[in-house]
Design a protein. Structure first.
Length: 146
């Protein structure tokens, strides 16, 4: 199974600094959260094993936060990711999450997560239930007809 750090590196590898892209720790937390949530909803299994907690500023993976906290609100330098660790379905979900949410600021993503049931229904500093994420984000999937 992947780690939250594998997923974070994937998102950081997508950053195009020349186009003005950047990812702060806060934004990275939300992107990795949405990647986990949509993987649970679509593939019916977690993308990574680390728990996500409901912090004041939204969903946070504590270990991932600690890895990048020295950057504070500044952009985290982009870098390569080992895409061989991912299966095609995971890459598709990560790319969809990037395309849907990568355009938004950290503050916008924080505010969006605050409106969603998984964060709202979890006590601060509590672990957000994977089942709650799966059920909620299944309702957010766009239904298409074949």
């Amino acid at each position: 199974m992947l780690t939250c750090h594998d997923v974070a590196k994937y998102f950081l590898s997508l950053v195009d600094e020349e186009a003005g892209d950047s990812i702060s720790n806060l934004k990275l937390q939300k992107l990795v959260y949405y990647a986990q949530a949509y993987t649970l909803a679509i593939l019916d299994r977690p993308l990574f094993h680390e728990d996500i907690e409901a912090w004041v500023h939204g969903p946070v993976i504590p270990d991932l936060y600690r890895s990048f906290k020295q950057h504070k609100a500044e952009p985290i330098p982009p870098g390569p990711a080992n895409v061989d660790k991912f299966i095609p379905e995971e890459i598709e979900i990560l790319d969809d999450v990037w395309n849907m949410f990568g355009q938004f600021s950290a503050a916008k993503l924080r505010n969006m997560s605050h409106e969603e049931l998984p964060w709202k229904q979890t006590p601060r500093l509590g672990v957000i239930s994977r089942d709650l994420m799966k059920q909620y984000f299944r309702t957010q999937l766009v239904q298409t007809k074949a």
